[in-house]
Design a protein around this ligand. Structure first.
Ligand SMILES: *Cc1c(COP(=O)(O)O)cnc(C)c1O
Length: 397
């Protein structure tokens, strides 16, 4: 990692090797998708791979496909085998080893699907998996069992039964579209899907989870934004892990979404060697705010098969939150969560600021470690409240 990575600068790309200036179609999303790096030969024509990566790429073909957009590929530091961008998208041999605690469906999604493709875990909202394709594939993908089309399992989404379920379950007020990446759909297809959902009166709120603004900012066209804004209230959660991902193209794409009135949140996954320090996280969240994106969740990496080399101790995540809270803008601090293995949902993990809680008194510490006492009103009895009331009334002129 170079010092440059942590500056709040929006550069177009790391001093690169893919000659993007020489490519007329560079800014065309279709060109980017057609020219994704998805074979060993192609990868080796650009980069000197390590042994671990070479073996990892060969292995990826029957697990989770490798695919990297030229835009994202250009952010890789060619000379640094530990480049944080590289670790996210280039497979490594360690992926082939499944630790005993790892799972193919770490969040227990398959067992919470009343209809294939629809995960209904929380009382009032659902996760709707609408596609199994992404612009590029993250090596730690929690849904690698069904994503990219090369694994053992296929994503099955039953559209009409899903719409019927949503229609019948009037307690559902929030639908989160994910996959795969829903923004890979054409404008027309996505418009039809959103229109269909909007025709269900009790659905108050729609959101899309997408890494397209990061992997393929060229897809965020004015026409897409015009279409999306017809479906408000619509939020988008993007996925950024390292400040270098926030290039000037990405900033502009996020700006177009924000200008269309779409509130933007970010979800990061805490990854070893990518973003597991206060320094990197702070640079990331500061740049996100400059892009009008509110850090939403910081995820402990799920127990997905083949992820031990990317997972970090839970204490590291707590230390990162502790290093942000109070030290920087409150809007910049995400909620650290662990998605409960087997299907517990997102469980918030926080540094402990409540040192002691005894009747009538709490002991607190602030971000600098100073302690404070706060008399706890919850312990005030009804009778003493009545006395206070009496006293106050007697004093009235
Ligand atoms: C993450 C998730 C949601 C959304 O959770 P929020 O905390 O509301 O963002 C909904 N359903 C499932 C199954 C999820 O994994």
């Amino acid at each position: 990692m170079t010092h440059h990575d942590l500056e709040p600068l929006f550069v177009s790309h790391a001093p690169g090797y893919w000659p993007q200036e020489a490519i007329a179609d560079w800014n065309d999303a279709k060109w980017q998708l057609r020219n994704r790096v998805d074979s060993l030969t192609e990868l080796e024509s650009h980069l000197n791979l390590t042994q671990e990566e070479r073996a990892g790429v060969l292995l990826a073909g029957n697990k989770l496909a490798m695919s990297i957009t030229p835009h994202f590929f250009n952010l890789i530091d060619r000379d640094n085998p530990d480049c944080p961008i590289r670790r996210q998208v280039i497979p490594r041999i360690e992926e082939g080893w499944n630790a005993p605690e790892e799972l193919s469906d770490p969040c227990g999604e398959d067992s919470h699907m009343p209809v294939p493709g629809l995960v209904h875990r929380y009382p009032d909202r659902v996760l709707f998996l609408v596609t199994d394709r992404c612009a590029s594939y993250c090596r730690y993908c929690t849904r690698s069992r069904v994503v990219s089309g090369v694994g053992e399992q296929q994503l099955e989404t039953q559209w009409e039964p899903a719409f019927k379920y949503l229609q019948e379950h009037t307690e559902i007020r929030d639908v989160l579209l994910s996959g795969g990446d829903p923004l890979l759909f054409s404008d027309d297809r996505l418009d039809k899907l959103l229109t269909r959902l909007r025709s269900i009166p009790h659905l108050q709120f729609l959101r899309i989870g997408s890494r397209i603004p990061i992997f393929l900012p060229q897809r965020i066209t004015p026409a897409l934004c015009e279409m999306l804004k017809k479906h408000h209230p619509l939020f988008i959660s993007v996925h950024t892990n390292h400040p270098r991902e926030l290039t000037s193209e990405v900033r502009d794409a996020l700006g177009r979404l924000a200008d269309a009135g779409i509130p933007l949140g970010n979800q990061s996954v805490l990854l070893r060697g990518v973003n597991d320090s206060v320094e990197v996280q702070k640079a990331l969240v500061h740049k996100l705010l400059m892009c009008r994106v509110r850090p939403y969740y910081l995820y402990q990496c799920d127990l997905i098969n083949g992820s031990s080399h990317l997972r970090t101790p839970v204490a590291d995540g707590v230390a990162i939150i502790e290093g942000l809270r109070g030290h920087t803008t409150g809007y910049a601090v995400p909620q650290f969560v662990i998605d409960g293995p087997g299907g517990g949902g997102k469980i918030p993990i926080n540094p402990n600021y409540l040192i002691d809680h005894s009747p009538g008194r709490v002991s607190l510490r602030n971000y600098e470690g100073e302690t404070f006492e706060y008399p706890d009103p919850s312990q005030i009895s009804q009778s003493s409240l009545a006395q206070l009331h009496e006293l106050a009334l007697n004093r009235c002129p």
